[in-house]
Write a new protein. Structure first.
Length: 90
């Protein structure tokens, strides 16, 4: 069996490192987000995330959405791309 060229070996190693790094960061972000919400004794506690905001995972018409909880908000908004995809009525 022929030996692979050196450049291909190096590229493969960097790709494996990149994929491992991507998966590790994705897992870390997901675990951080999940640990910010505690439910118990009739109380739901949402702790501030690393970006300083309060997030809540939810669904709109079956589509997963990351809500930003603003305790002083006077209105609610969703991104236009999501609104167009959901097709809400005016």
């Amino acid at each position: 069996m022929a030996e692979l060229p050196g450049t291909l070996k190096v590229a493969t190693v960097w790709m494996v490192i990149g994929v491992a790094l991507f998966l590790g960061i994705s897992w870390w972000q997901d675990s951080e987000r999940q640990s910010l919400i505690t439910v118990g004794a009739g109380v739901v506690e949402i702790r501030r995330s690393a970006d300083g905001h309060y997030h809540w995972r939810g669904r709109i018409d079956g589509r997963e959405v990351d809500f930003l909880v603003d305790t002083g908000a006077t209105g609610t908004a969703i991104p236009k791309r999501l609104a167009d995809a959901l097709g809400p009525e005016p």
